[in-house]
Design a protein around this ligand. Structure first.
Ligand code: AHM
Ligand code: MG
Length: 336
């Protein structure tokens, strides 16, 4: 039997690859692993504990928050605040970012941004949901309080990013810019164990994921691409399969493994689409690029966008390299 490598063992092994690393990032990743186990526990029990249903409060995007969103948000915030490896945190569920005032936090080098429970409208119907996170080195001086510039950095500045999918099994997938690795939670021992080493996304795929109900209000380039996906062509194995769960982490995870493209384009009503650049698109973009894929807003690289506000949205085309390049090309052609 091959030996099992747990997330903590793997993180520690990898830290040894960087001789000057202080271990702070490793500890932060371990804290996130622990928080996600707490969230996982709650997600699995959701049906039993009457925790389902909308709370009174709505989040900054005006959407109804589910109770589990609040729980996951608190679990992550507490884990990173008490872990002491970040000087601040921003979450999709909160309008303002948090600065952590303890001496240990003020002396830390990093900030974290996260979407604590993405796809939460799916909780009620037992469909996979996820947590997404993104870590940056702070811009402000070590010892000071975090400020807004720490959170408004381009995705290309990320030092780590990852997601947890609460699905038929629970998995944590992350990158620190040296490839992508996936860990499956083994419930009997309560540990994430290395299950998907050095994940690579196929350059081409046969799956396209988009909320096609919106297609008529998408740009002609996006419509042209979706129509192309549906045409018959033996050589490119078309028509492709349409697969849309409506839960970004789950749609992304499937396409990462099988090859495919996920799209949330701008629409007439919402030019910038729906997804948030810093909480959703950037972290997944970092992962997909590290796995050999691409992430674009339809015109250029997601991770090159300079954010100007904390909850900014951007169109997203993410997945297999050749698929993303083709949709970019069709968008450019239609625009000319
Ligand atoms: P959320 O952050 O409020 O959960 O919204 C993000 C979710 C994604 O998980 C999913 O891909 C998308 O919204 C689905 O949106 P739509 O229902 O418009 O297709
Ligand atoms: Mg979300």
């Amino acid at each position: 039997m091959s030996s099992i490598v747990t997330l903590s063992e793997f993180i520690m092994e990898r830290q040894a690859d960087f001789p000057y690393a202080s271990g702070d990032l490793s500890r932060l990743l371990a804290d996130i692993g622990i928080a996600s186990k707490i969230v996982n526990h709650k997600v699995n029990k959701a049906g039993l504990q009457d925790i389902l249903g909308a709370m009174e409060s709505t989040n900054v995007q005006g959407e109804t928050q589910m109770k589990l969103d609040v729980f996951a948000d608190n679990a992550l915030l507490n884990a990173v605040r008490w872990g002491g490896q970040v000087c601040g945190a921003a979450s999709e569920e909160n309008e303002k970012y948090f600065t952590f005032e303890s001496e240990i936090c003020k002396k830390s080098k990093y900030v974290i941004l996260f979407d604590p429970l993405d796809g939460s409208s799916n909780i009620d119907v037992n469909v996979s949901i996820g947590t997404i996170f993104s870590v940056f080195r702070r811009k402000s001086s070590v010892g000071d309080l975090a400020n807004v510039n720490d959170f408004l950095q381009k995705g290309s500045e990320q030092v780590a990013a990852g997601y947890v999918i609460y699905g038929s099994s629970t998995m944590l997938v992350y990158t620190t810019g040296h490839g992508v690795n996936g860990f499956t939670l083994e419930p009997s021992i309560g540990e994430f164990c290395l299950s998907h080493e050095n994940m690579r996304i196929p350059e081409d795929g046969t799956i396209y994921s988009i909320n096609e109900g919106n297609l008529m209000s998408c740009s002609p380039g996006v419509q042209a691409y979706v129509n192309w996906c549906k045409q018959t062509d033996k050589k490119t194995q078309r028509p492709y399969s349409a697969r849309y769960i409506g839960s970004l982490v789950a749609d992304f995870h499937r396409n990462l493994i099988k090859g495919g493209i996920y799209m949330y384009p701008g629409t007439v009503k919402s030019q910038e689409g729906k997804l948030r650049l810093q909480y959703e698109s950037n972290p997944l973009a970092f992962i997909v690029e590290q796995a050999g894929g691409k992430a674009s807003d339809g015109k250029g690289r997601i991770m090159d966008i300079q954010p100007s506000s904390l909850h900014q949205r951007a169109p997203l085309f993410i997945g297999s390299k050749n698929m993303v390049e083709l949709v970019e090309r069709l968008i450019a052609e239609e625009n000319n």
